[in-house]
Design a protein around this ligand. Structure first.
Ligand code: CP
Length: 331
């Protein structure tokens, strides 16, 4: 495997094979599998889980890793093409990425959406440049429109809990004071569709996921025997739901327009998941969220601290699936 950028690049069988490898590495540790291998990790945006789990995963397989957080002990990296570099950044990613790739056996990069032009972010313009600059195996640790490591971990979590493939999976918008990227909702929508679930996206008007993202998921759902629908009616969405995946994201109607987004979300603070949301759901319905989560803003304490919550298991599963990805790339 040379690239891990998008679950959609893999067949369902390849994903199941990766999940089986994750289980095998957990049951039968291979502490020397990646001895002598080095993973470079470049974080253009903050992280807790991704940063820690990739370093730990590499160590548990016998390899080493280094972390670059541009501007924090290393040169600030310029990311704009054709920039006149007379500001804070002393080095461009066009030099920085190939140099770092030359030191390691695989590279992971986190680079969130620019958040200004929707089409450019949908095209993965920046991550496409990184892809072209990296001649070593490359892992997407969250790009403008994707987070395949989170999606794979969440697939494993659903399998581990034996959540039936044909059950109802609701991906719901949740409140946040600021617009957040579309990477996680897009990746999770695709994962649930590819798993063959009955997916419903619940979101207020103005927060619909882009048609390209919905269409891509519908193709995956058709191939897996599932479905993808959307509604702004939370009650309708949650009727009979087995899983509620809560996620905050920005308005697509006002993409790149902070004031427009702010006006639209001002009256939506009741999109904070609490126990009442589950009234029409299955009695053992679960709550998922990729973390970090703002307690009592996006999800209430009573849900996060209750038996429905899978958030810690999801985070733990990041380690297992990323070890499988590293093993496939480097062993
Ligand atoms: N879910 C996730 O990617 O967490 P971090 O942003 O902490 O890495």
């Amino acid at each position: 495997m040379k690239r891990f950028l998008d679950l959609a690049d893999f067949s369902r069988e390849q994903i199941l094979d990766l999940l089986a490898l994750a289980q095998s590495l957990q049951d039968h540790p291979q502490p020397r599998a990646l001895a002598g291998k080095i993973l470079g990790l470049v974080f253009l945006n903050p992280s807790l889980r991704t940063l820690a789990s990739f370093q730990v995963g590499m160590s548990r397989l016998g390899g080493d890793s280094f972390v670059i957080t541009p501007g924090q002990g290393t040169w600030q990296l310029e990311t704009r093409l054709n920039a006149v570099m007379n500001g804070a950044a002393a080095e461009h990613v066009r030099e920085g990425i190939p140099v770092l790739a030359s030191y390691c056996d695989a590279l992971g990069v986190r680079a969130f959406a620019d958040g200004k032009a929707l089409q450019s972010d949908l095209n993965e313009t920046f991550f496409g440049m990184i892809d072209g600059l990296c001649d070593k195996p490359l892992i997407n640790m969250e790009s403008a429109m994707n987070h395949p490591c989170q999606a794979l971990a969440d697939w494993r979590t659903l399998d581990e809990l034996r959540i039936p493939k044909r059950s109802k999976f609701v991906l719901s918008w949740a409140y946040h004071p600021k617009p957040l990227p579309l990477a996680v909702p897009a990746a999770i929508l695709h994962m649930a569709a590819m798993r063959g679930m009955e997916v419903v996206v619940a979101r207020p008007d103005g927060f619909a996921l882009p048609p390209q993202i919905m269409a891509k998921a519908r193709v995956a759902a058709a191939s897996a025997g599932g479905s993808v629908n959307e509604t702004s009616d939370r009650t309708e969405a949650l009727a009979g739901a087995q899983v509620l995946y809560a996620k905050e994201w920005g308005s697509t109607l006002h993409y790149g327009d902070a004031q427009g987004d702010s006006r639209l979300r001002a009256g939506l603070a009741d999109w904070c998941v609490n126990e009442r949301w589950f009234t029409g759901a299955l009695p053992d319905a679960k709550l998922m969220h990729c973390l970090p989560v703002r307690r009592n803003v996006a999800v209430a304490d009573e849900v996060l601290d209750g038996p429905r919550s899978l958030v810690r298991l999801e985070a733990f599963n990041r380690l297992a699936v990323q070890m499988a990805v590293l093993h496939r790339m480097l062993a």
